[in-house]
Write a protein that binds this ligand. Structure first.
Ligand code: UD1
Ligand code: UDP
Length: 392
């Protein structure tokens, strides 16, 4: 057997650090894009992308690959939709043979979706290290499926990459060792900074009649998809009364998530003509809208961060957030779901009394570089690794 390297007279090829990167749902894509780009810059890393297929509509998946230049996944597990148990179990079942075939040194997961926990569990049971990007965020609301996914993934991961200081305390309180926690910044904001100049050339303003020449009119953006807000039709209808009242003042652009689409018909409300319901839009169009909006109303996790990075006022229609830095430092306000409170907060913003904010430390576009640097420092590639197969 011939090895390339420096073990006696035999040579060893220092095998690359093989990393399987996982995506499943829409918000995973802007997080993985800068990581794949950074890993591809390093010949000592072999990045493999696997899509679980949790999200499969072109508007929630393919368009992001195209617009962000994410390489096509090596494997798509095509798990599709299902109950939490079914979806999680399908990912667990289908990822195991992929991990066995590729024998990665590390599995990298992002965020807090069902695919995140399912792959982490399969990997650790095979003795494969897990890196969790966006670790330590806590809403302290176990009614949120994502909170369960976060707690469990963080309990399993060897590398905990965090976006904000609070996450360090949260993880330490749960007994995670300080040396496994790395404050690296925010990969979602890496994407935002990288793609913003391109996004601002998007024709979406003209398409939606929001732009006249170079002039944008005042408008708001709305997204809703948390089960607690949209699964009960009465709650969704109640939220829409506040949105209707806002639409009486400015156009509200509402790209509708498929979960919400299914419930809207049942909510049975006739909405204000200036509330524009549209299908989910691609990343570049959405980033363009966010950056030009006077006001954003959302229950999304990632959009709370993106508005803070853009300095755009955000009203979060939830009782809690796992991203407190967007409140303590950013432009985000937690307004809850009472329609009167939403309307009052929105009117204040429209009257020019938005909460000022600043961009949190390390949300500077370089988080992916820091993550890759830690991975290479702590897990250097080389023939001693179990995946370093001899070359004959
Ligand atoms: C999931 C994540 C949530 C994340 C959101 C981002 C979990 C538990 N939830 O929620 O944390 O904020 O993605 O958007 O992982 N559907 C389609 N087309 C698709 C995918 C889904 O029509 O491509 C419909 C299906 O009817 C499905 C429903 O949307 O049942 C919900 O999809 P699912 O992936 O289960 O949860 P999300 O609400 O999308
Ligand atoms: N997004 C998008 N088009 C849309 C709505 C959202 O490109 O119509 C992007 C948004 O900019 C962010 C990500 O999708 O990058 C957030 O995903 P989502 O709100 O679905 O998930 P969450 O962050 O709540 O888990």
């Amino acid at each position: 057997m011939l090895y390339y390297g420096s073990f006696g007279r035999k040579a060893f090829i220092p095998m690359a650090l093989k990393i399987i990167n996982i995506v499943g749902a829409r918000p995973n894509l802007p997080k993985i894009a800068p990581l794949m780009r950074e890993m591809q810059r390093h010949p000592e890393i072999e990045p493999i992308l696997v899509h679980t297929g949790q999200h499969y509509d072109a508007t929630l998946s393919d368009i992001f690959f195209r617009q962000m230049g994410i390489p096509a996944p090596r494997v798509n597990l095509e798990v599709g939709s299902g109950s939490h148990a079914v979806q999680t179990a399908e990912v667990l079942k289908r990822i195991e043979p992929v991990l066995l075939e590729h024998q990665p040194d590390l599995v990298l997961v992002v965020g807090d979706v069902n695919s995140t926990i399912a792959v982490s569990l399969a990997a650790v049971k095979l003795g494969i290290s897990v890196a969790h990007v966006e670790a330590g965020l806590r809403s302290f609301d176990r009614g949120m499926p994502e909170e369960i996914n976060r707690i469990l993934t963080d309990a399993l991961a060897d590398y905990l990459f965090v976006t904000e200081e609070d996450a360090i305390q949260n993880l330490q309180k749960e007994g995670r060792p300080r040396e496994s926690i790395h404050l690296v910044g925010n990969v979602m904001i890496d994407s935002l900074r990288y793609f913003l100049p391109t996004a601002q050339k998007s024709p979406i303003g003209e398409d939606l009649g929001l732009k006249n020449g170079a002039e944008w009119q005042r408008f708001a953006v709305l997204t809703l998809h948390r089960p607690s807000n949209v699964d009960a039709t009465e709650k969704l209808a109640e939220l829409l009364t506040a949105v209707d009242a806002i639409a009486a003042q400015v156009p509200v652009i509402f790209p509708v998530h498929p979960r919400t689409q299914q419930r809207l018909a049942q909510a049975g409300s006739t909405t204000h003509p200036r509330l524009k319901l549209i299908p989910p839009v691609g990343y570049l169009d959405f980033l363009c809208l966010l950056s030009k909006a006077m006001l954003v109303l959302t229950d999304s996790g990632g959009i709370q961060e993106e508005t803070t990075a853009l300095g755009v006022p955000c009203l979060t229609l939830r009782e809690n957030t796992e991203r407190p830095i967007t409140i303590s430092q950013g432009t985000n306000q937690l307004v809850g779901t009472d329609p009167r409170k939403i309307l009052t907060a929105a009117e204040a913003v429209l009257a020019g009394k938005a909460k000022p904010g600043r961009i949190p430390p390390l949300w500077d576009g370089h988080a992916a570089e820091r993550i890759v640097e830690v991975l290479l420092r702590k897990s250097p590639p080389g023939p001693h690794r179990k995946s370093a197969l001899p070359v004959t």
